[in-house]
Design a protein around this ligand. Sequence first.
Ligand SMILES: Nc1nc2c(ncn2[C@@H]2O[C@H](COP(=O)(O)OP(=O)(O)OP(=O)(O)O)[C@@H](O)[C@H]2O)c(=O)[nH]1
Ligand SMILES: [Mg+2]
Length: 310
Amino acid sequence: MTLLFRPRLSSLQLAGLLHSPPPSLCSAAPFGRLSPKSQILKPPILHSSSSNHALFATRTSNPGPTSDSARFVRKVLFVPPGLEPEEVTDDMVLPGSNIVIGPYAGDAKIKEVQFVKSSNRPKDCPRDDRPEFAMLGRSNVGKSSLINALVRKKEVALTSKKPGKTQLINHFLVNGSWYLVDLPGYGFANASEAVRMDWSSFTKGYFLNRETLVSVLLLVDASVPPQKIDLDCANWLGRNNIPMTFVFTKCDKMKGGKTKRPDENIRDLLELIRENFPQHPPWIMSSSVTGLGRDELLLHMSQLRNYWDS
Ligand SMILES: Nc1nc2c(ncn2[C@@H]2O[C@H](COP(=O)(O)OP(=O)(O)OP(=O)(O)O)[C@@H](O)[C@H]2O)c(=O)[nH]1
Ligand SMILES: [Mg+2]
């Protein structure tokens, strides 16, 4: 079972507050007959820039209650708290993602960002009850670049062409009310065994003990084929009930020749994810170079945050 989003209260307490049980408590629907909603599975569309396209896709008809469509929607889309799969229409799905925007979304603007501290042990992280999102992914996948893109500042988080740049847990406070957390990457081939072991205990400790962690943003490089280490990481998060959103990075990289396109690599990875997850975790395409997915990801984070806060 995977927790797709994390409330401040336990899921069971919330089940009573919401009109329906949270999706993690719903039985997984079989991947049945494709319905009109199958349009949602069309290959993700690459946008050159996020600034000039509407946030929502075009509207199509609502499939109606208790249909195969509703079961299909529940299986492949991330339906946030406060919405029933039957209520989902295409215009609620963020482009380049499987994320449905629900009633908790809002307040997605970033007005200010402030570096707070670097910690080399999870227990040195700020003692605070403000919610946070942590960037996780292989070295060089673009974690620090994504933070800079989200806050629209060039070097708030330090980036490098060489893997292994970020070595500590870095907390950035956004709008004085929530944190973005930059983490060291995993899978850095040149790192010594000792450094790799250290990475694993250090970051695992953070994920397992950080009560204010709303969701991990698990960054996956869409310009390369699926990597086992990313799947292992997703499975580990899933097994430990740590909510995650897949953020596919470097979607601007279109290589020529026989190399697969980012949308093809994403499809391949999602196929593999489906083997271990009864429901697709939320996923979104991004590029820190073009700004693709920036506004959409912030909107998604706002609904997770507002739900957690509520
Ligand atoms: N084309 C392209 N390059 C990117 C993108 N995001 C990051 N990069 C480049 O990828 C390299 C690594 O970026 P970082 O943000 O430092 O990666 P990181 O995941 O923080 O790496 P570590 O700190 O080593 O774990 C840099 O050269 C970035 O310019 C992207 O969306 N598109
Ligand atoms: Mg970094």
